[in-house]
Design a protein around this ligand. Structure first.
Ligand code: GLU
Length: 499
Protein backbone atom coordinates (compact mmCIF):
# COMPACT_ATOMS: atom_id res chain seq x y z
CA UNK A 1 0.00 0.00 0.00
CA UNK A 2 2.90 2.27 0.27
CA UNK A 3 3.39 2.54 -3.45
CA UNK A 4 0.37 4.62 -4.23
CA UNK A 5 1.19 6.82 -1.34
CA UNK A 6 4.72 7.41 -2.60
CA UNK A 7 3.41 7.89 -6.08
CA UNK A 8 1.07 10.42 -4.67
CA UNK A 9 3.33 12.32 -2.30
CA UNK A 10 6.26 12.87 -4.67
CA UNK A 11 4.44 15.05 -7.19
CA UNK A 12 2.96 16.89 -4.28
CA UNK A 13 6.43 17.60 -3.00
CA UNK A 14 7.69 18.76 -6.37
CA UNK A 15 4.64 20.89 -6.77
CA UNK A 16 5.18 22.46 -3.40
CA UNK A 17 8.88 23.07 -4.04
CA UNK A 18 8.15 24.88 -7.29
CA UNK A 19 5.61 27.10 -5.65
CA UNK A 20 7.98 27.92 -2.81
CA UNK A 21 10.77 28.84 -5.24
CA UNK A 22 8.48 31.04 -7.25
CA UNK A 23 7.42 32.79 -4.09
CA UNK A 24 11.01 33.19 -2.96
CA UNK A 25 12.02 34.55 -6.34
CA UNK A 26 9.23 37.08 -6.30
CA UNK A 27 10.46 38.30 -2.94
CA UNK A 28 14.08 38.39 -4.07
CA UNK A 29 13.42 40.30 -7.27
CA UNK A 30 11.74 42.93 -5.22
CA UNK A 31 14.65 43.06 -2.82
CA UNK A 32 17.79 42.70 -4.89
CA UNK A 33 17.74 42.75 -8.64
CA UNK A 34 21.29 41.40 -8.66
CA UNK A 35 20.38 37.88 -7.50
CA UNK A 36 20.34 35.70 -10.55
CA UNK A 37 18.67 32.43 -11.33
CA UNK A 38 15.17 33.69 -10.83
CA UNK A 39 14.70 35.79 -13.90
CA UNK A 40 17.05 37.56 -16.37
CA UNK A 41 18.57 40.46 -14.44
CA UNK A 42 20.20 43.35 -16.33
CA UNK A 43 24.03 43.36 -16.51
CA UNK A 44 25.69 46.31 -14.78
CA UNK A 45 26.20 49.37 -16.97
CA UNK A 46 29.73 50.46 -17.87
CA UNK A 47 29.49 53.23 -15.30
CA UNK A 48 28.32 50.80 -12.62
CA UNK A 49 31.19 48.50 -13.50
CA UNK A 50 33.68 51.32 -13.01
CA UNK A 51 32.12 52.25 -9.69
CA UNK A 52 31.97 48.62 -8.53
CA UNK A 53 35.63 48.10 -9.38
CA UNK A 54 36.54 51.40 -7.74
CA UNK A 55 38.79 52.05 -10.70
CA UNK A 56 38.64 53.70 -14.10
CA UNK A 57 40.74 51.59 -16.44
CA UNK A 58 42.09 53.70 -19.25
CA UNK A 59 44.21 52.63 -22.18
CA UNK A 60 46.63 55.12 -23.67
CA UNK A 61 49.84 55.51 -25.68
CA UNK A 62 53.24 56.19 -24.13
CA UNK A 63 54.14 59.47 -25.83
CA UNK A 64 54.84 63.09 -24.90
CA UNK A 65 51.36 64.15 -25.95
CA UNK A 66 49.57 61.50 -23.93
CA UNK A 67 51.28 59.69 -21.06
CA UNK A 68 54.81 59.35 -19.75
CA UNK A 69 56.83 59.25 -16.57
CA UNK A 70 58.81 62.19 -15.37
CA UNK A 71 60.85 62.69 -12.25
CA UNK A 72 57.66 62.99 -10.18
CA UNK A 73 56.03 59.93 -11.67
CA UNK A 74 53.21 59.59 -14.19
CA UNK A 75 52.15 62.59 -16.21
CA UNK A 76 51.06 63.72 -19.68
CA UNK A 77 48.04 65.54 -21.04
CA UNK A 78 45.79 62.49 -21.35
CA UNK A 79 46.94 61.18 -18.02
CA UNK A 80 46.17 64.40 -16.15
CA UNK A 81 42.80 64.80 -17.85
CA UNK A 82 41.68 61.24 -17.20
CA UNK A 83 42.93 61.47 -13.65
CA UNK A 84 40.62 64.42 -13.08
CA UNK A 85 37.79 62.40 -14.59
CA UNK A 86 38.51 59.43 -12.33
CA UNK A 87 38.57 61.78 -9.34
CA UNK A 88 35.22 63.24 -10.34
CA UNK A 89 33.83 59.69 -10.37
CA UNK A 90 35.41 59.03 -6.99
CA UNK A 91 37.49 56.13 -8.30
CA UNK A 92 41.13 55.35 -8.84
CA UNK A 93 42.77 55.76 -12.25
CA UNK A 94 44.44 52.68 -13.70
CA UNK A 95 46.50 53.28 -16.81
CA UNK A 96 47.28 50.61 -19.35
CA UNK A 97 49.76 51.27 -22.11
CA UNK A 98 48.98 49.90 -25.53
CA UNK A 99 51.80 48.66 -27.72
CA UNK A 100 50.22 50.23 -30.76
CA UNK A 101 46.86 51.45 -32.03
CA UNK A 102 45.56 48.01 -32.99
CA UNK A 103 46.39 46.76 -29.53
CA UNK A 104 44.65 49.81 -28.09
CA UNK A 105 41.37 49.13 -29.86
CA UNK A 106 41.61 45.42 -29.02
CA UNK A 107 41.93 46.20 -25.32
CA UNK A 108 39.02 48.58 -25.57
CA UNK A 109 36.80 45.98 -27.19
CA UNK A 110 37.63 43.00 -25.00
CA UNK A 111 34.64 41.83 -22.92
CA UNK A 112 36.33 42.72 -19.65
CA UNK A 113 38.49 45.35 -21.25
CA UNK A 114 39.35 48.87 -20.30
CA UNK A 115 36.57 51.39 -19.88
CA UNK A 116 38.04 54.20 -21.88
CA UNK A 117 40.74 55.04 -24.39
CA UNK A 118 42.45 58.40 -23.85
CA UNK A 119 45.20 58.49 -26.40
CA UNK A 120 45.01 61.55 -28.61
CA UNK A 121 42.64 59.73 -30.91
CA UNK A 122 41.06 61.47 -33.82
CA UNK A 123 37.43 60.84 -34.64
CA UNK A 124 37.42 59.15 -38.00
CA UNK A 125 34.84 57.25 -40.05
CA UNK A 126 37.00 54.11 -40.11
CA UNK A 127 36.71 53.78 -36.35
CA UNK A 128 32.91 53.61 -36.32
CA UNK A 129 32.78 49.86 -35.66
CA UNK A 130 35.30 49.93 -32.87
CA UNK A 131 34.67 53.04 -30.90
CA UNK A 132 32.27 55.75 -29.93
CA UNK A 133 33.77 59.17 -29.29
CA UNK A 134 33.18 61.62 -26.47
CA UNK A 135 32.86 65.36 -26.84
CA UNK A 136 36.09 66.71 -28.22
CA UNK A 137 38.76 68.41 -26.09
CA UNK A 138 41.26 69.30 -28.79
CA UNK A 139 41.22 70.24 -32.43
CA UNK A 140 44.14 69.20 -34.57
CA UNK A 141 45.15 69.34 -38.21
CA UNK A 142 46.85 66.41 -39.91
CA UNK A 143 50.10 67.69 -41.34
CA UNK A 144 52.61 66.31 -43.81
CA UNK A 145 56.09 66.63 -42.33
CA UNK A 146 59.36 66.74 -44.27
CA UNK A 147 63.04 67.39 -43.58
CA UNK A 148 64.26 70.94 -43.98
CA UNK A 149 66.72 71.30 -46.82
CA UNK A 150 64.85 68.83 -48.99
CA UNK A 151 62.31 69.76 -51.63
CA UNK A 152 59.12 70.73 -49.90
CA UNK A 153 55.96 68.97 -51.06
CA UNK A 154 53.02 71.35 -51.11
CA UNK A 155 50.06 69.22 -52.14
CA UNK A 156 48.87 65.60 -52.13
CA UNK A 157 49.98 64.95 -55.69
CA UNK A 158 53.60 65.58 -54.62
CA UNK A 159 53.46 62.51 -52.36
CA UNK A 160 53.84 59.58 -54.78
CA UNK A 161 57.45 58.48 -55.13
CA UNK A 162 58.35 59.49 -51.58
CA UNK A 163 59.12 57.12 -48.71
CA UNK A 164 56.23 57.76 -46.35
CA UNK A 165 55.51 56.09 -43.04
CA UNK A 166 52.61 56.45 -40.61
CA UNK A 167 51.37 54.59 -37.54
CA UNK A 168 49.53 51.39 -38.34
CA UNK A 169 45.84 51.74 -37.64
CA UNK A 170 46.06 55.52 -37.35
CA UNK A 171 43.68 58.09 -38.72
CA UNK A 172 46.53 59.02 -41.06
CA UNK A 173 46.81 55.55 -42.50
CA UNK A 174 43.09 55.81 -43.17
CA UNK A 175 43.47 59.20 -44.85
CA UNK A 176 46.33 58.00 -47.03
CA UNK A 177 44.36 54.92 -48.02
CA UNK A 178 41.55 57.20 -49.14
CA UNK A 179 44.01 59.30 -51.14
CA UNK A 180 45.39 56.18 -52.79
CA UNK A 181 42.11 55.61 -54.56
CA UNK A 182 42.67 58.94 -56.32
CA UNK A 183 46.44 58.55 -56.66
CA UNK A 184 47.05 54.82 -57.19
CA UNK A 185 50.80 55.35 -57.54
CA UNK A 186 50.96 56.56 -53.92
CA UNK A 187 52.95 54.19 -51.68
CA UNK A 188 53.21 54.32 -47.92
CA UNK A 189 54.19 52.10 -45.02
CA UNK A 190 52.26 51.47 -41.84
CA UNK A 191 54.25 50.44 -38.81
CA UNK A 192 53.02 49.12 -35.50
CA UNK A 193 56.52 49.12 -34.05
CA UNK A 194 56.90 52.89 -33.83
CA UNK A 195 55.38 55.92 -32.12
CA UNK A 196 54.97 59.43 -33.48
CA UNK A 197 58.29 60.49 -31.89
CA UNK A 198 59.97 57.77 -33.93
CA UNK A 199 58.33 58.90 -37.16
CA UNK A 200 59.50 62.43 -36.55
CA UNK A 201 62.99 61.28 -35.71
CA UNK A 202 63.12 59.23 -38.89
CA UNK A 203 62.21 62.34 -40.88
CA UNK A 204 64.71 64.37 -38.85
CA UNK A 205 67.46 61.91 -39.69
CA UNK A 206 66.41 61.39 -43.28
CA UNK A 207 65.52 57.70 -42.80
CA UNK A 208 62.11 58.37 -44.36
CA UNK A 209 61.06 61.29 -46.54
CA UNK A 210 57.70 62.13 -45.09
CA UNK A 211 55.22 61.35 -42.42
CA UNK A 212 51.73 62.45 -41.58
CA UNK A 213 51.04 63.43 -37.98
CA UNK A 214 48.60 65.60 -36.07
CA UNK A 215 49.56 69.22 -35.48
CA UNK A 216 49.61 68.76 -31.70
CA UNK A 217 52.09 65.91 -32.03
CA UNK A 218 54.37 67.98 -34.18
CA UNK A 219 54.06 71.02 -31.92
CA UNK A 220 54.94 68.96 -28.88
CA UNK A 221 57.87 67.21 -30.52
CA UNK A 222 59.34 70.06 -32.52
CA UNK A 223 61.57 70.82 -29.55
CA UNK A 224 63.42 67.53 -30.06
CA UNK A 225 63.83 67.50 -33.80
CA UNK A 226 65.50 70.53 -35.33
CA UNK A 227 65.14 69.42 -38.95
CA UNK A 228 61.46 68.57 -39.17
CA UNK A 229 59.15 71.06 -40.85
CA UNK A 230 55.52 71.21 -41.91
CA UNK A 231 55.18 70.61 -45.62
CA UNK A 232 51.44 71.30 -45.81
CA UNK A 233 48.16 70.74 -44.01
CA UNK A 234 46.84 67.46 -45.30
CA UNK A 235 43.17 67.93 -44.43
CA UNK A 236 40.68 70.00 -42.50
CA UNK A 237 41.03 70.12 -38.71
CA UNK A 238 39.79 67.01 -36.94
CA UNK A 239 38.49 66.41 -33.43
CA UNK A 240 40.43 64.58 -30.76
CA UNK A 241 38.34 62.81 -28.15
CA UNK A 242 38.12 59.89 -25.74
CA UNK A 243 36.39 56.72 -26.80
CA UNK A 244 34.46 53.85 -25.32
CA UNK A 245 33.96 50.53 -27.06
CA UNK A 246 31.37 50.69 -29.83
CA UNK A 247 29.10 48.14 -28.13
CA UNK A 248 29.25 49.84 -24.70
CA UNK A 249 26.15 51.48 -23.30
CA UNK A 250 25.96 55.26 -22.89
CA UNK A 251 26.43 55.50 -19.15
CA UNK A 252 30.17 56.13 -18.97
CA UNK A 253 30.26 58.13 -22.19
CA UNK A 254 27.58 60.46 -20.83
CA UNK A 255 29.57 60.98 -17.64
CA UNK A 256 32.72 61.67 -19.67
CA UNK A 257 30.84 64.20 -21.76
CA UNK A 258 29.49 65.95 -18.72
CA UNK A 259 32.98 66.03 -17.24
CA UNK A 260 34.54 67.38 -20.44
CA UNK A 261 31.87 70.06 -20.78
CA UNK A 262 32.63 71.09 -17.23
CA UNK A 263 36.42 71.34 -17.63
CA UNK A 264 35.99 73.24 -20.89
CA UNK A 265 33.74 75.73 -19.13
CA UNK A 266 35.70 76.22 -15.92
CA UNK A 267 39.08 76.73 -17.56
CA UNK A 268 40.71 73.53 -16.31
CA UNK A 269 41.16 72.20 -19.82
CA UNK A 270 42.73 75.45 -20.97
CA UNK A 271 45.22 75.29 -18.11
CA UNK A 272 46.15 71.73 -19.00
CA UNK A 273 46.63 72.72 -22.64
CA UNK A 274 48.86 75.59 -21.62
CA UNK A 275 50.87 73.33 -19.41
CA UNK A 276 51.49 70.68 -22.02
CA UNK A 277 51.31 72.54 -25.30
CA UNK A 278 52.26 76.03 -24.17
CA UNK A 279 55.94 75.78 -24.97
CA UNK A 280 55.41 76.06 -28.67
CA UNK A 281 53.11 79.08 -28.33
CA UNK A 282 55.68 80.61 -26.05
CA UNK A 283 58.78 79.63 -27.98
CA UNK A 284 57.22 80.10 -31.36
CA UNK A 285 57.81 77.59 -34.09
CA UNK A 286 61.33 78.82 -34.77
CA UNK A 287 62.13 78.87 -31.06
CA UNK A 288 60.99 75.29 -30.78
CA UNK A 289 63.42 73.93 -33.30
CA UNK A 290 66.13 76.24 -32.05
CA UNK A 291 65.63 74.66 -28.66
CA UNK A 292 65.96 71.24 -30.27
CA UNK A 293 69.25 72.30 -31.80
CA UNK A 294 70.56 73.59 -28.50
CA UNK A 295 69.42 70.46 -26.74
CA UNK A 296 71.58 68.46 -29.09
CA UNK A 297 74.54 70.75 -29.42
CA UNK A 298 74.90 72.76 -26.22
CA UNK A 299 73.44 70.91 -23.27
CA UNK A 300 75.73 67.86 -23.55
CA UNK A 301 78.69 70.14 -22.72
CA UNK A 302 77.17 71.14 -19.38
CA UNK A 303 75.02 68.20 -18.38
CA UNK A 304 77.59 66.68 -16.03
CA UNK A 305 77.97 69.98 -14.16
CA UNK A 306 74.21 70.36 -13.83
CA UNK A 307 73.84 66.83 -12.52
CA UNK A 308 76.69 67.11 -10.03
CA UNK A 309 75.79 70.50 -8.57
CA UNK A 310 72.10 69.73 -8.44
CA UNK A 311 72.82 66.55 -6.55
CA UNK A 312 75.08 68.38 -4.10
CA UNK A 313 72.39 70.99 -3.47
CA UNK A 314 69.48 68.57 -3.40
CA UNK A 315 67.62 70.01 -6.39
CA UNK A 316 66.50 68.57 -9.73
CA UNK A 317 69.21 68.89 -12.38
CA UNK A 318 66.64 69.25 -15.14
CA UNK A 319 65.24 72.27 -13.41
CA UNK A 320 68.69 73.81 -13.17
CA UNK A 321 69.34 73.01 -16.82
CA UNK A 322 66.00 74.65 -17.70
CA UNK A 323 66.96 77.67 -15.61
CA UNK A 324 70.29 77.86 -17.40
CA UNK A 325 68.55 77.75 -20.77
CA UNK A 326 66.19 80.55 -19.79
CA UNK A 327 69.13 82.65 -18.57
CA UNK A 328 71.64 82.24 -21.36
CA UNK A 329 70.44 79.64 -23.89
CA UNK A 330 73.33 77.61 -22.43
CA UNK A 331 75.92 80.13 -23.56
CA UNK A 332 78.69 80.62 -20.98
CA UNK A 333 79.94 84.01 -22.13
CA UNK A 334 76.74 86.02 -22.22
CA UNK A 335 76.77 89.45 -20.63
CA UNK A 336 73.77 91.71 -20.19
CA UNK A 337 73.59 95.49 -20.14
CA UNK A 338 72.79 95.36 -16.46
CA UNK A 339 76.03 93.55 -15.71
CA UNK A 340 74.57 90.10 -15.21
CA UNK A 341 76.87 87.46 -16.66
CA UNK A 342 77.50 83.90 -17.59
CA UNK A 343 75.56 80.72 -18.16
CA UNK A 344 73.39 81.23 -15.07
CA UNK A 345 73.45 85.03 -15.39
CA UNK A 346 74.67 85.82 -11.91
CA UNK A 347 74.92 89.36 -10.60
CA UNK A 348 78.25 90.42 -9.17
CA UNK A 349 76.76 90.38 -5.70
CA UNK A 350 75.30 86.93 -5.97
CA UNK A 351 78.52 85.60 -7.45
CA UNK A 352 80.49 87.00 -4.53
CA UNK A 353 78.05 85.67 -1.98
CA UNK A 354 78.27 82.20 -3.54
CA UNK A 355 82.05 82.27 -3.76
CA UNK A 356 82.22 82.47 -7.55
CA UNK A 357 85.38 84.19 -8.79
CA UNK A 358 84.86 83.93 -12.54
CA UNK A 359 81.25 84.15 -13.68
CA UNK A 360 82.16 83.37 -17.28
CA UNK A 361 83.47 79.96 -16.33
CA UNK A 362 80.47 77.68 -16.96
CA UNK A 363 81.39 75.25 -14.18
CA UNK A 364 81.58 78.07 -11.64
CA UNK A 365 78.46 79.69 -12.96
CA UNK A 366 76.45 76.47 -12.65
CA UNK A 367 77.88 75.93 -9.19
CA UNK A 368 76.93 79.46 -8.10
CA UNK A 369 73.51 79.47 -9.73
CA UNK A 370 72.50 76.11 -8.30
CA UNK A 371 73.72 77.02 -4.83
CA UNK A 372 71.91 80.34 -5.00
CA UNK A 373 68.67 78.70 -6.14
CA UNK A 374 68.86 76.15 -3.32
CA UNK A 375 69.47 79.00 -0.88
CA UNK A 376 66.53 81.08 -2.13
CA UNK A 377 64.26 78.05 -1.94
CA UNK A 378 65.45 77.23 1.55
CA UNK A 379 64.61 80.76 2.73
CA UNK A 380 60.97 80.56 1.66
CA UNK A 381 58.43 80.18 4.47
CA UNK A 382 57.79 76.59 5.51
CA UNK A 383 54.08 76.98 4.70
CA UNK A 384 54.82 76.81 0.96
CA UNK A 385 54.63 73.22 -0.23
CA UNK A 386 55.85 71.63 -3.46
CA UNK A 387 55.45 72.06 -6.35
CA UNK A 388 54.57 75.72 -5.64
CA UNK A 389 57.73 76.01 -3.59
CA UNK A 390 59.81 75.40 -6.69
CA UNK A 391 57.89 77.91 -8.82
CA UNK A 392 58.01 80.59 -6.13
CA UNK A 393 61.73 79.97 -5.61
CA UNK A 394 62.29 80.48 -9.34
CA UNK A 395 60.34 83.74 -9.21
CA UNK A 396 62.46 84.86 -6.24
CA UNK A 397 65.62 83.89 -8.12
CA UNK A 398 64.52 86.23 -10.87
CA UNK A 399 62.91 89.18 -9.10
CA UNK A 400 64.40 88.88 -5.62
CA UNK A 401 62.95 87.53 -2.39
CA UNK A 402 61.82 90.98 -1.21
CA UNK A 403 59.67 91.66 -4.26
CA UNK A 404 58.28 88.15 -4.13
CA UNK A 405 57.28 88.75 -0.53
CA UNK A 406 55.51 91.96 -1.64
CA UNK A 407 53.54 90.00 -4.23
CA UNK A 408 52.63 87.40 -1.62
CA UNK A 409 51.43 90.19 0.66
CA UNK A 410 49.28 91.59 -2.14
CA UNK A 411 47.83 88.11 -2.64
CA UNK A 412 47.00 87.88 1.04
CA UNK A 413 45.18 91.22 0.91
CA UNK A 414 43.16 90.06 -2.08
CA UNK A 415 42.05 86.96 -0.21
CA UNK A 416 44.22 84.81 -2.46
CA UNK A 417 46.62 82.13 -1.29
CA UNK A 418 50.17 83.51 -0.95
CA UNK A 419 51.56 79.97 -0.95
CA UNK A 420 50.16 79.14 -4.39
CA UNK A 421 52.02 80.08 -7.55
CA UNK A 422 48.77 80.40 -9.48
CA UNK A 423 47.65 83.16 -7.11
CA UNK A 424 51.00 84.90 -6.61
CA UNK A 425 51.58 85.08 -10.35
CA UNK A 426 48.42 87.16 -10.67
CA UNK A 427 49.87 89.68 -8.23
CA UNK A 428 53.43 89.96 -9.54
CA UNK A 429 52.58 92.25 -12.50
CA UNK A 430 51.09 94.72 -10.03
CA UNK A 431 54.60 95.44 -8.76
CA UNK A 432 55.05 97.46 -11.94
CA UNK A 433 51.94 99.59 -11.36
CA UNK A 434 52.26 102.60 -9.11
CA UNK A 435 48.88 102.27 -7.46
CA UNK A 436 50.07 98.93 -6.11
CA UNK A 437 53.83 99.13 -5.71
CA UNK A 438 53.65 102.46 -3.87
CA UNK A 439 52.09 100.58 -0.99
CA UNK A 440 54.60 97.73 -0.88
CA UNK A 441 57.74 97.39 1.20
CA UNK A 442 60.24 96.98 -1.64
CA UNK A 443 58.50 99.12 -4.23
CA UNK A 444 58.68 98.95 -8.01
CA UNK A 445 59.73 95.80 -9.81
CA UNK A 446 59.29 94.53 -13.38
CA UNK A 447 56.80 92.08 -12.01
CA UNK A 448 55.70 90.67 -15.36
CA UNK A 449 59.17 89.30 -15.93
CA UNK A 450 59.26 86.58 -13.24
CA UNK A 451 55.93 85.31 -14.58
CA UNK A 452 57.40 84.74 -18.06
CA UNK A 453 60.58 83.50 -16.47
CA UNK A 454 58.82 80.80 -14.49
CA UNK A 455 56.48 79.89 -17.36
CA UNK A 456 59.39 79.40 -19.73
CA UNK A 457 61.43 77.38 -17.29
CA UNK A 458 58.48 75.12 -16.60
CA UNK A 459 58.21 74.46 -20.29
CA UNK A 460 61.88 73.70 -20.75
CA UNK A 461 61.67 71.58 -17.65
CA UNK A 462 58.76 69.57 -19.05
CA UNK A 463 60.66 69.00 -22.27
CA UNK A 464 63.76 67.88 -20.42
CA UNK A 465 61.68 65.67 -18.17
CA UNK A 466 60.19 63.83 -21.12
CA UNK A 467 63.56 63.49 -22.75
CA UNK A 468 65.11 62.06 -19.59
CA UNK A 469 62.21 60.06 -18.22
CA UNK A 470 63.08 56.92 -16.26
CA UNK A 471 62.04 54.49 -18.97
CA UNK A 472 64.62 56.11 -21.22
CA UNK A 473 67.31 55.81 -18.56
CA UNK A 474 70.66 55.07 -20.03
CA UNK A 475 69.95 57.45 -22.86
CA UNK A 476 71.77 60.42 -21.41
CA UNK A 477 72.64 63.63 -23.10
CA UNK A 478 76.29 62.74 -22.79
CA UNK A 479 75.91 59.85 -25.18
CA UNK A 480 74.06 62.17 -27.52
CA UNK A 481 70.95 60.02 -27.61
CA UNK A 482 68.87 61.96 -25.11
CA UNK A 483 67.45 64.16 -27.79
CA UNK A 484 66.00 61.04 -29.34
CA UNK A 485 63.11 60.28 -27.05
CA UNK A 486 62.30 57.02 -28.77
CA UNK A 487 60.20 54.64 -26.82
CA UNK A 488 60.09 51.88 -29.36
CA UNK A 489 62.99 50.49 -31.17
CA UNK A 490 62.78 51.30 -34.82
CA UNK A 491 63.09 48.17 -36.88
CA UNK A 492 65.56 48.29 -39.72
CA UNK A 493 64.17 49.31 -43.08
CA UNK A 494 63.69 45.79 -44.43
CA UNK A 495 61.44 44.75 -41.55
CA UNK A 496 58.91 47.46 -42.28
CA UNK A 497 56.30 45.88 -44.43
CA UNK A 498 55.32 48.08 -47.34
CA UNK A 499 51.61 48.55 -47.89
N1 GLU B 1 45.93 60.95 -33.66
C1 GLU B 1 46.35 59.80 -34.38
C2 GLU B 1 45.16 58.88 -34.54
O1 GLU B 1 44.09 59.22 -34.13
C3 GLU B 1 47.44 59.07 -33.69
C4 GLU B 1 48.66 59.86 -33.54
C5 GLU B 1 49.29 60.28 -34.85
O2 GLU B 1 49.50 59.45 -35.73
O3 GLU B 1 49.59 61.50 -34.98
O4 GLU B 1 45.30 57.81 -35.08
Amino acid sequence: WRHPSIAYTRPMLIHFTLQARQLLCLLMIGLTPLISGCEETPAPTTLERVRDEGALRVVTRNSPTTYFQDINGETGFEYELSKLFAESLGVELKIEMADNLDDLFERLNQPDGVALAAAGLVESPGRKDQARFSHSYLEVTPQVVYRSGKLRPTQPKDLPGKRIMVLKGSSHAEQLTALKSELPELQFEESDAVEVVDLLRMVDEGVIDLTLVDSNELAMNQVYFPNVRVAFDFAEPTRVAWTVAARDDDSLLNEANKFLDRVIKNGTLQRLKERFYGHVDELGYVGAYTFAQHLQQRLPRYEKQFRKNAQDQGVDWRLMAALGYQESLWQPEVTSKTGVRGLMMLTQRTAQAMGVANRLDPAQSIYGGTKYFAHVKEQLPASIAEPDRTWLALAAYNVGSGHLEDARELARKEGLNPDKWLDVKKMLPRLAQKQWYSKTKYGYARGGEPVHFVNNIRRYYDILSWATQPQLEGTQLADSSLHKPAINKIPPKEELAPM
